[in-house]
Design a protein. Sequence first.
Length: 224
Amino acid sequence: MLHVDVISLFPEMFAPVIGLSIVGRAIERGLIGVRVHDLLEGLEPGARADERPYGGGPGMVLRIEPLARTLDGILADAPADERRRIVLTAAAGRPFGQPDAAAFAELDRLILICGHYEGVDERLAALYPVEEFSLGPFVLTGGEIAAMAFLDAAARLIDGVIAADSRDAESFAGGTDTVDHPAFTRPPVFRGVAVPDVLLSGDHAKIAEWRRQRSRDRAAARRG
């Protein structure tokens, strides 16, 4: 079972993700457990979660104390020998990919820290084995959206969450250079655009070859 701990300034954002869709199904089946930790609960009375950076400059930085307090609580309750990773969502982090989702799905515990503002006090990485990941080379207001994406991508790869044949036929299932073939369904013609004849032929060998070729074409276009 994958245990996921999310540390966020806005824990209420995760309610729809946890209660619905793939992640909700995985929780119902006992394949994944998700706890969302409110970072504000790690504050001392009257304190803020963020402060101006030393040295001046624009923006605010998440303070180390509430983050450390929340992390320490999570780690104190976790088995010492479990397979775990601590991930910080950060615009400057390494781009997240399908191999990362597959690696997360094999863990016992995944801790997701939602970054905010101008970043997090750098001492976090000095005190904990934190890895930084991003959704891509752009900036989000907060890390919650990225954390939801990481959680969803990992959860759907856990055995029993979705049908194995469906999962194994998806884009990137055979590596980062493999993408899914085009798909069509009823009606056979819509606004003058028809489904390719081969898909209506009933010839499974030709259909399989057509799908392989379209997958290769898509992969080549993606690389180019």
